[in-house]
Design a protein around this ligand. Sequence first.
Ligand SMILES: [Zn+2]
Length: 251
Amino acid sequence: MKFYLLSALYVLIIALAILFPIERLETIIIVSGVSIVFIAIIVWASVNINSQFYVKTICRSNKKNMIAITFDDGPDTKNTMQILDILDDYNAKATFFVIGEKAEENSGLVKLIHDSGHQVANHSYSHSYFFPLKRSKTIREEINSTQSIIQKITGEKSFYFRPPFGVTNPLIAKALKGLNIKTIGWSIRSFDTVQKDAEKTITRIKKRIKGGDIILLHDTGGNIIPMLKKLLEIISHNSLIAVRVDELLKK
Ligand SMILES: [Zn+2]
């Protein structure tokens, strides 16, 4: 809705600038300036999952004593088992936004995630770089097929989706329309896949962490194992409980 209002406003300003008899140079300056601002806003809103511009997303809750750790891009044959062991050691629960294609190939791991009491949620089927640019129908098919894969493996429906790369746009908004699914963002991004120094990632999280946060991590993060242990120490030190996203959002 916000996108369509902004687009209408943009078209109106451009039309007025062209129709009104002002200097040609002034018209060019106005049209270029307004276009740059318009493009900047729509790009910013696309890559900022918290913008609420195209899709209503949930990025945190008001629970003061809980926190949700989320793992994207798994299951991962190298790390997911170890992640589950560490979570167990700290009696922590988490949410795994799995890629449908990987879940199909590693159904045993997905079953183990579920049977260990963690939440399995939807992170698209392909996680392709072009996912945000696909047709709405294809995006919807990806979401639905991953829903089926999760249900087939775990015996339970998933009602939670996280868009690949946290990117939202009108195509994804259209694909999600009418689906009984909540879109989940995050309030703390760890940058664990790009930051090579686990200590720096931890320092970043430590500065920001508070009750109600949803933390974005990746099964595939290079330093996920040492980093996760430190994170769980911090969570416990702050008297917070690590819970699943559905638990964090319970009324
Ligand atoms: Zn991802």
